[in-house]
Design a protein around this ligand. Structure first.
Ligand code: IVH
Length: 667
């Protein structure tokens, strides 16, 4: 098979597995097997750049960041929907429709109303050409590079036939499980959590750097067609079937109804079950099934007469706010929250709710003792909406936000660009405690047996002030902790010792640098290989890494500007922690800039693939045959004709070791 054929075959196979995994939820190969196929494609495309095309699965990520989004006009306006808030309003809708069409009954389709962001996707000759947000309904923004990163979205329509232009519409959304994970991560990183899944989805879609979008677990449901020529389709039911054939994820909970009572039943039943699914729905969309009848009904003021949104009652409750408290996070951020009189909401008892920040409390004029409305958006942390009655008698005085850290008394700093106020005392006990908790956490150094209680005690007894101190703890010192006997001391010491084997990315994550979550830590470690290089890197250099934005870059540079932090890192190194990648150092000097290399023979320390990646990531190019333009041949054992050819042409030949030295800048 020639490279072009293999590339085409790999793309097909990879997209099939992608489809099985992300759309059908039914993978048939393991992740490592998938990675192998993917890497083979990456390598082939690296060797034959002329074979790269925009619909290759490798091109989902990696598009250049943009300055701003281009505007796109929608050929068919993207309408919004009129709302029905109860059964009577649904009946009124049904009456209007049947009256206008002069019929007794009419077939309807119901679909869940996904609470995400509406987009339009245009496929030309079956390939994704561009995608846009709804915008004002007439004109949206071109977010194609970001949409490509969404793996459930086909880059090519799967099964024909398809018209030369097909416009598919649907909803991009943030699954609740992913939303909670991302928010947990954000709060660990000291970033403000997203208010709700819809905001998170909208924000991710409007990132100028697609590498950032790619880190968010966005997905998609298709539900209608826009400007699409030459399709023989007569009903909404058939539209959904067609979308499935083309390979789009279509929400499985749609239903056809011959009359209104079953529509009402569907709406009510989903109103009760809305929290059983992994995405937020804010209602049900009821649509006239037949497309010709939809056309006859038409639209008024941007709302179709043939559809209506039945809106679920939002999940709110009223209760008494007992107290406002402030939690000081690892990064020193002050997070205000409310202690509530327990109240049931959507099946769970709520005792605390978030208050966002100082400005929010002031704007909404929330005071301790108020009766307040609280709201739950999906499975998210409940929020205080505001006081029920601002004129209630006997209210407390307006809440005075503390000017000092509630934990250490240091005056707080409020940056005008930031919502949260900060305690900037790095010796603040709350920050120390939270930092240590983070350092030992499962995703970081994963030291078992060091729970919050033990950590507090260690801090109190001043046995530990920072993470490095953990590594010099002795059995004698631990025996001073309540409940620590020989066995538990031994286990804890073994746990601490074992953490010396954790890889560099985990240690870097464990440092708790603001905005540096697990994935950023992995990217930084992979790029810089060794903590020393990272410590010296200016933010502009750090920002060059795809997936690392200016905020992270700034924060990393700021972190290492503080001498105490560098000292802590040096002490961790002295304690034997991994502050270098296992594969060793890759120079950042792009040692192979402009050089063309050929690799041949059997290699001992790297696979062929790793070798190609090393070359490309150091600025070089890999080709398959030796010519006068080849700068180096890297020859493993049993090298044959290529080695002979190199000698003939006097192309320098390197052993594997010499090659690795070259990467490190040695002549
Ligand atoms: S149909 C004219 N179907 O709801 C038809 N919309 O308020 C409008 N939405 O902008 C689109 N799920 O963002 C339709 N199954 C569904 C939907 C849905 C969510 C959103 C969409 C639209 C908004 C209308």
């Amino acid at each position: 098979m020639n490279p072009a054929e293999r590339v085409a075959q790999l793309r097909q196979v990879i997209e099939d597995h992608n489809y099985r995994y992300h759309v059908l939820g039914d993978p048939i190969i393991s992740d490592p097997e998938f990675d192998l196929l993917y890497r083979e494609l990456v390598e082939l495309e690296m060797l034959h750049p002329d074979l790269i095309s925009s619909d290759s699965p490798t091109q989902r990520v990696g598009a250049e960041p943009q300055e701003r989004f281009r505007k796109v006009a929608h050929r068919v306006p993207m309408l919004s929907l009129a709302n029905a808030f109860d059964e009577t309003e649904l009946q009124a809708f049904y009456r209007r429709v049947t009256n206008q069409l002069e019929v007794e009954e009419i077939g309807l389709v119901t679909e869940l109303k996904i609470d995400g962001v509406a987009v339009s996707l245009t496929y030309e000759d079956g390939r994704l050409h561009h995608g846009a947000t709804r915008g004002n309904g007439l004109e949206g923004e071109d977010v194609t590079s970001n949409l490509r990163t969404i793996r459930s979205l086909p880059l090519r329509l799967r099964k024909g036939p398809y018209p030369s232009t097909a416009e598919i519409r649907g909803e991009i959304y943030f699954p609740l499980s992913g939303f909670e994970r991302v928010n947990r991560q954000r709060s660990e990183e000291g970033a403000a959590p997203f208010a709700n899944p819809r905001n998170a989805a909208a924000g991710a879609l409007r990132q100028l750097d697609p590498a950032v979008t790619a880190t968010r677990p966005l997905t998609f449901f298709a539900y209608s067609l826009g400007h699409t020529e030459g399709l023989e389709i007569t009903s909404q039911g058939e539209v959904l079937q067609q979308l499935v054939r083309w390979g789009f994820p279509v929400n499985p909970h749609h239903r056809s109804h011959a009359h209104l009572p079953s529509v009402i039943e569907y709406c009510q039943s989903w109103e009760e079950r809305r929290d059983t699914i992994d995405y937020e729905v804010d209602g049900v969309v009821v649509k006239v099934d037949r497309l010709d009848l939809q056309d006859r009904l038409g639209a008024v003021s941007r709302e179709p007469r043939w559809a209506i949104a039945y809106k679920f009652a939002s999940q709110v409750a009223a209760t008494r706010l007992l107290e406002i408290r402030i939690n000081v996070g690892r990064t020193g951020a002050l997070n205000p929250y409310a202690i509530l009189e327990p109240v049931k909401l959507g099946g769970v008892t709520i005792r605390t709710a978030t208050l966002h920040n100082q400005e929010d409390i002031r704007k909404k004029d929330i005071r301790p003792g108020d009766r307040v409305l609280i709201k739950r958006a999906g499975d998210v942390i409940p929020q205080v909406v505001g006081p029920v009655d601002k004129d209630e008698e006997g209210r407390a005085a307006p809440y005075a936000y503390p000017g000092e850290c509630p934990e250490c008394g240091t005056p707080i700093v409020q940056d005008p660009d930031e919502a949260l106020a900060y305690c900037r005392n790095s010796n603040c006990p709350a920050q120390r405690f939270e930092s240590l908790k983070h350092f030992v956490s499962r995703a970081a150094l994963d030291i078992r047996g060091l729970g919050p209680k033990t950590l507090r005690k260690l801090l109190e007894l001043e046995l530990v002030t920072g993470p490095a101190d953990l590594y010099s703890l002795t059995a004698e010192q631990l025996s001073r902790l309540e409940g620590f006997k020989e066995k538990s001391i031994e286990n804890l010491l073994a746990g601490i010792d074992g953490s010396r084997q954790q890889g560099f990315p985990r240690v870097l994550f464990g440092l708790g640098i603001r905005h540096v979550g697990e994935s950023a830590a992995a990217l930084l470690a992979d790029e810089f290989r060794e903590v020393g290089y990272l410590m010296q890197a200016p933010p502009e250099r750090i920002m060059e890494i795809p997936g690392i934005g200016p905020e992270i870059a700034r924060s990393v540079a700021d972190y290492f500007e503080i001498e105490g932090n560098c000292e802590q890192v040096e002490r961790l190194r002295a304690a034997g922690l991994q502050l270098m990648m296992a594969g060793g150092v890759r120079t950042t000097a792009r040692a192979l800039e402009g050089k063309t290399l050929v690799v041949t023979g059997t290699l001992s320390s790297h696979s062929r693939r790793e070798m190609s990646e090393l070359i490309v990531s150091n600025g070089g190019k890999v080709t398959s045959s030796v010519s006068s333009r080849t700068d180096f041949l890297v020859a493993g054992s049993n090298a044959g004709s290529k080695l002979r050819r190199a000698r003939e042409l006097e192309v320098p030949v390197l052993t594997e070791e010499e090659f690795l030295k070259l990467l490190q800048g040695e002549p």
